[in-house]
Design a protein around this ligand. Structure first.
Ligand SMILES: [Zn+2]
Ligand SMILES: [Zn+2]
Length: 90
């Protein structure tokens, strides 16, 4: 099973994408001439049952990570479990 991803994207107030080359000052003011300003950030998980939208980019990132942590990732199985499985080998 492949691990799920929930990429974070930024959007303008009209819901169009605010791409990474639309840079902003630390206070959120747009530096790009065509950028009306970032209105919100959004993350949609590839599992299809979760999406989150908020004006706080850091908050979306936090919720995104918290949601992704609920998906078990086979590669991250605890070492002790892998050792146990290995004991079953001849
Ligand atoms: Zn923009
Ligand atoms: Zn998910």
């Amino acid at each position: 099973m492949a691990a799920h991803r929930a990429p974070l994207t930024n959007h303008h107030a009209d819901e169009s994408a605010c791409p990474p080359d639309h840079r902003h000052t630390s206070t959120g003011k747009p530096l790009h001439p065509n950028c009306p300003g970032r209105s919100y950030s959004q993350a949609i998980c590839t599992c299809g049952t979760w999406e989150f939208k908020n004006s706080g980019k850091g908050y979306v990132d936090e919720c995104r990570k918290r949601h992704l942590a609920t998906h078990p990732t086979p590669a991250k199985a605890p070492k002790v479990l892998r050792d146990l499985l290995r004991l079953d080998l001849p």
